[in-house]
Design a protein around this ligand. Structure first.
Ligand SMILES: *C/C=C(C)/C=C/C=C(C)/C=C/C1=C(C)CCCC1(C)C
Length: 255
């Protein structure tokens, strides 16, 4: 009864890991959002916007998880539309982080637009692949491959392209290390999504392994928690190391 009032829903079965990750995902995003928002006040001015963006990413995700959780529990289905609405807002905000961190090194607004275009391309093609599937391998592979092109563009930029070069040109060890950490998230953390995608009917991993369509959500929920909160923590790490440098300067003005 109390849980029904608090959470407005029925029950989570103990043998339903998907429901479990929807709940923990929601709570983790909410907590992370509050944390990043609160910490905004304690970092140097030039990092405040980056931290606000981190809070927005996890905050927007928390709201979508609230609805996705209910959708999944009441229908047992994958909340594809809600998922992609969430991503369409949060992935562009994640590439904004790349732009903000390299802006001091001269990143132009055109870089931001290129990254956003690649992200939107990746998500629109992925959405077509999932939402309009006829269950065939051909459909799944065609749209999955197209989507991967957008992903590879962002990955390349973060590791070797404009983003990486701008980061290196700052000569700032903290920024270089931070961008490299974000690039690792894009390489490893973001790679979990295509694995989830391939679990759906017609996907390469949906080949009689006994996997259900809801395995897609298991992968997506875990990946979201790792990537959205991880990205935010890296940005926070960069901002907070600026704070400790400032504290050292204050303590020893001659240093
Ligand atoms: C917070 C949400 C994030 C970081 C979402 C990232 C999503 C992706 C990197 C999705 C990539 C996909 C492919 C590379 C191919 C198959 C279709 C997608 C959309 C699952």
């Amino acid at each position: 009864m109390l849980t029904t009032v608090l959470f407005g829903l029925v029950d989570i079965r103990v043998d339903d890991p998907v429901a479990f990750t929807f709940f923990t995902g929601y709570m983790a995003m909410l907590a992370a959002s509050v944390f990043f928002f609160a910490e905004r006040g304690s970092v140097e001015g030039k990092w405040k916007l980056s931290l606000l963006v981190s809070a927005l990413i996890t905050g927007i995700a928390a709201i979508h998880y609230y609805y996705m959780r209910d959708y999944y529990l009441s229908t047992g289905k994958t909340p594809t539309a809600l998922r992609y609405i969430d991503w369409t807002l949060t992935v562009p905000l994640m590439v904004v982080e790349f732009y903000l961190l390299t802006k001091a090194a001269g990143a132009k607004i055109s870089l931001l637009w290129k990254l956003i275009a690649a992200a939107v391309f990746m998500l629109v093609t992925g959405y077509i692949g999932e939402a309009f599937t006829d269950g065939s391998a051909g459909h799944s592979m065609l749209w999955g491959t197209l989507s991967t092109l957008g992903y590879v563009y962002i990955l390349y930029s973060a590791w070797f392209g404009e983003v990486a070069q701008l980061a290196n040109s700052t000569g700032d060890a903290i920024v270089i290390k931070g961008i490299r950490a974000l690039a690792w998230f894009v390489l490893v953390g973001w790679a979990i999504y295509p694995i989830g995608y391939m679990c759906m009917p017609g996907g390469l991993l949906n080949i009689g392994l006994g996997w259900q369509p809801s395995n897609v959500d298991l992968f997506y929920n875990i990946a979201d928690a790792i990537n959205k909160i991880g990205f935010g923590l890296v940005v926070y790490g960069i901002a907070a190391s600026g704070k400790s440098a400032a504290a050292v300067r204050e303590l020893s003005p001659t240093a």
